[in-house]
Design a protein around this ligand. Structure first.
Ligand code: C5P
Length: 403
């Protein structure tokens, strides 16, 4: 709930601006008071009248407006809030924020604030993936700006990919986590959390490898959430197309054996979360030179089993982390396999998810998980991987504090 909380909502110019209207309503349902700044581009998509009718307040639009400044100056506007939310956050607004521009009311309020800021980006997929936007995102995250979404999906412009604004319930969940999370303090302060993420790559010869489709999104989100909860975090990641999370020590590895060595080097830890999709096998002998096509036909590859990083760490007698968490990505009998895995690997908790074709979990932005422990089972509703990460981290924080 957000009873009595003051949200300053900045509505940028994008087709997703219509969702900001629903967001206002849903925030009010939870007891929040919402004030809105509408950018000039935003007025192309929603009108000041509709925004103002919902907030029941003046809609702030101009930086140099005598009446606005008399009512409430821009500095006061951004300080008189518990949280600033930018939805939709356009590429332009993100660029301005990352570079400290202040040439309109929205960017000035964002620069002048001493409060936390949450962005819900929405833009064309090419604009989102453009290195300039990704650079700005890294800068903003390093500056402590929180980000929800964007999600994959089909876009108003007819393209498909990341760029759709997060749905209203996801934005609300992120707002509640920021407001209530900071009120509850940082429960993992003083703790060390090790997280594995992404796929591993097992070389066949100097130019070829076997790997899998893991994107690393869930593992990276867990590392970010643990850091936000105050932990010192070591993230050991296989090759992924994601930026290193701000405030996290990130170790890049390729193979399963390198991943195990990096995890062991990172210990001791209070909590270890093994979210990586580690290749089960590697080729018995990596060829020294590129294997050539030839008269002998295609090569036969012999495989040997990789070390099980999770089981190795969970079964340590000395220096076992207080809480060891594994993942179970299954395509059938998700719960049966997860329960068996809990005992077989000796871990304390398994996050089980269904990665069967059509679930959209592998590489996607949302996840439906079951939390399996020796004393029970919880099933969480489908939610963004960021929301799963935050819920998992608060569960782990409660468990480690109770132990
Ligand atoms: O046995 P399976 O691969 O399904 O187990 C998945 C869990 O075990 C995940 O938490 C994964 O990170 C971990 N794992 C590991 N090392 C392996 C294989 C899996 O840490 N070689």
């Amino acid at each position: 709930m957000l009873v009595g909380k003051r949200i300053l909502l900045i509505i940028g110019g994008g087709i997703a601006a219509y969702k900001a209207l629903d967001l206002i309503r849903r925030l009010q349902d939870r007891g929040a008071r919402v004030r809105a700044i509408l950018t000039r581009a935003g007025t192309e998509f929603v009108t000041p009248l509709s925004v103002g009718s919902l907030t029941g307040d003046k809609v702030f639009q101009e930086l140099f407006s005598l009446t606005d400044e008399n009512d409430m100056g821009h500095i006061e506007l951004s300080r008189d809030a518990d949280l600033l939310v930018v939805a939709p956050a356009t590429a332009d607004l993100m660029a301005k924020m990352a570079n400290g521009h202040a040439n309109d009311l929205a960017s000035t309020a964002l620069l002048a604030t001493d409060k936390r800021v949450l962005l819900a980006p929405a833009m064309n997929v090419r604009m989102w993936l453009n290195p300039a936007t990704q650079r700005n995102l890294v800068t903003l995250r390093a500056d402590g700006v929180a980000v929800v979404g964007p999600n994959d999906g089909s876009m108003a412009c007819g393209e498909f990919g990341p760029g759709r604004m997060a749905e209203v319930p996801e934005i609300i969940a992120a707002i509640e986590a920021l407001i209530n999370g900071s009120a509850a303090g940082r429960p993992l302060t003083g703790r060390h959390v090790v997280v594995t993420s992404g796929p591993t790559r097992e070389a066949i010869d100097p130019v070829r490898y076997i790997s899998n489709h893991s994107s690393g999104k869930q593992g990276h989100a867990i590392a970010r959430a643990a850091a936000a909860a105050g932990a010192a975090v070591t993230l050991v990641t296989g090759p992924v197309a994601l930026p290193d999370p701000a405030g996290v020590t990130t170790v890049h590895v390729e193979s399963a054996r390198q991943m195990l060595a990096a995890v062991e080097a990172a210990l001791p830890a209070d909590i270890a979360v093994f979210a990586a999709a580690v290749a089960d096998w590697r080729v018995a002998e990596i060829a020294g030179g590129k294997i050539k096509k030839g008269a002998g036909g295609p090569p036969t590859l012999a495989f040997v089993e990789n070390p099980d990083i999770l089981a190795t760490i969970a079964r340590r007698t000395a220096g076992r982390p207080g809480l060891v968490v594994g993942f179970a990505a299954e395509t059938d009998d998700v719960l049966g396999n997860a329960r068996a895995k809990l005992t077989r690997k000796g871990c304390d908790l398994i996050v089980a998810n269904d990665v069967a074709a059509g679930t959209g979990t592998f590489g996607g932005d949302s996840n439906l998980v079951h939390i399996v422990t020796s004393d029970g089972l919880e099933t969480w509703e489908r939610q963004s991987k960021d929301a799963v990460a935050e819920a998992l981290v608060s569960l782990l924080a409660r468990r480690i504090t109770a132990s």
